[in-house]
Design a protein around this ligand. Structure first.
Ligand SMILES: Cc1ncc(COP(=O)(O)O)c(C=O)c1O
Length: 415
């Protein structure tokens, strides 16, 4: 029998062994009305309209017409992939640096994720890198705002308009972040959000889709919540579409509603402290903080990070991060696994064997996944160090402390 696999961990469990002196997001700070809303759900005997209340409150705060609550962003984006009615073998252009949850629904719909490379010096793709990957089979662009840095959406939307493509967002890491004064999640046809326990608006699990499109809202509720079931007279439920039951629970909605009440000042604080950290890290020779583009006027920073210039140090990024952890920078580590074309090994294997949907048809051409597919993203992540523990508990003194720890490790390892 093969050795037991070490399974990926989730939520508070993933943070328990972290060492260091800086704040840890767990236990999470919860909104003061959390217990009151949970109590309402229980006292109502599960008849409360908490999900509806959360949907309305989130839509209002974001300034969109519709919010459809789900158990996470993975199901939110899965519902969207189903609701858009893509055909097997269609190609969807997806940011190459992201989480598996971004692509899971696409894969289940048998559509083919294609990963354009990142733009120079950043974690996000751009209109230029996207355009190079458009083929006659391309249907949509799924933009991920990695770490909270919002993609340069105006040129992406303009490109999509010219080429007849649909655009939607994975705004999981950018909740209430702003691009040119507009909120993440309102910059295209629809967006998915995550409220899982590690996220900025953290509940136990949770997520949603938002859109201003009435027909899409209807389709998402029908396919995503009502299992594609319609009431037929004298019969009952007939399933006229392959729907799902990706519904948010009332208790999750209660926590999300309480968290929504405290989120805006938390995001403002994250923005302020991430900018301060960027400035402090930028003063250290050989350290390249993640650049915050001018069009991102509120950086809802979910994860802080920086790159090391490998020519400046005697050690590589992995060693640098390990030394940071020993020095006390809680949660310092690599982000190499975010490189989706390298992380999706089952997809590489299917594409290499040309099994459905990589057979021709429905695919129109051969596909390949691997670290070399996106050389710029790969090179970026090779030297990138993130700290997963950046959160609303940070004070200015923690930013100073983090920067000093980086400075210390940098000095000890300088060539
Ligand atoms: C960019 C991104 N997309 C999708 C997801 C999946 O979200 P959820 O865990 O709510 O399904 C995550 C979660 O880490 C994420 O960071």
């Amino acid at each position: 029998m093969s050795a037991a696999k070490e399974r990926a961990r989730y939520g508070a469990e993933a943070f328990t062994d972290l060492k260091g002196n800086l704040p840890n997001p767990f236990p999470r700070i919860l909104g003061p009305h959390c217990m009151k809303y949970l109590q309402e759900v229980i006292d109502s005997g599960l008849t409360s309209n908490m999900v509806d209340r959360f949907e309305k409150a989130f839509a209002r705060e974001l300034g969109v017409k519709h919010c459809i609550a789900t158990p996470g962003c993975t199901p939110a984006l899965a519902i969207l992939a189903a609701a858009f009615g893509f055909e097997p073998g269609d190609e969807i252009l997806v940011s190459p640096v992201t989480d598996y949850g971004t692509v899971q629904g696409l894969i289940r719909e048998n559509v083919i994720p294609v990963f354009p490379d990142t733009a120079p010096g950043t974690v996000n793709f751009s209109a230029e890198t996207i355009e190079a990957c458009i083929t006659p089979r391309t249907r949509a662009i799924l933009a991920v705002h990695k770490t909270g840095l919002i993609c340069d959406m105006d040129p992406i939307n303009e490109l999509a308009r010219r080429r007849g493509l649909l655009v939607y967002e994975d705004a999981c890491q950018a909740v209430f972040g702003e691009y040119r004064g507009r909120l993440a999640g309102t910059l295209a046809l629809a967006a998915g959000f995550s409220f899982d326990s590690e996220k900025t608006l953290g509940s136990d699990v949770g997520g949603c889709v938002v859109t201003n499109d009435d027909a899409l809202n209807e389709r998402i509720r029908f396919m995503g919540h009502s299992r594609g079931g319609e009431m037929v007279p004298h019969f009952g439920r007939a399933h006229t579409a392959p729907g799902t039951a990706h519904r948010m629970t009332q208790c999750t909605a209660a926590i999300c509603l309480a968290q929504l009440e405290i989120i805006r000042p938390q995001v403002a604080r994250r923005d302020r402290l991430a900018r301060l950290l960027t400035a402090r890290l930028g003063e250290i020779p050989g350290i390249i903080p993640l650049p915050i583009p001018p069009e991102v006027n509120v950086y809802s920073c979910w994860m802080a990070g920086f790159s090391i210039d490998p020519r400046a140090f005697r050690c590589d990024a992995e060693d640098f991060a390990a030394q940071l952890v020993r020095a006390g920078l809680t949660g310092a580590g690599l982000g190499r696994y975010y490189l989706m074309p390298a992380a999706l090994t089952f997809l590489q294997e299917k594409a290499a064997r040309r099994v459905y949907p990589f057979s021709q048809p429905p695919a129109s051409r051969a596909h390949h996944y691997g670290p070399e597919t996106c050389p710029r993203a790969r090179a970026f992540l090779e030297n990138f160090i993130r700290f997963t523990t950046f959160c609303e508990k940070y004070e200015e003194e923690h930013v100073d402390q983090a920067a000093e720890l980086v400075r210390g490790v940098a000095s000890r390892n300088r060539r």
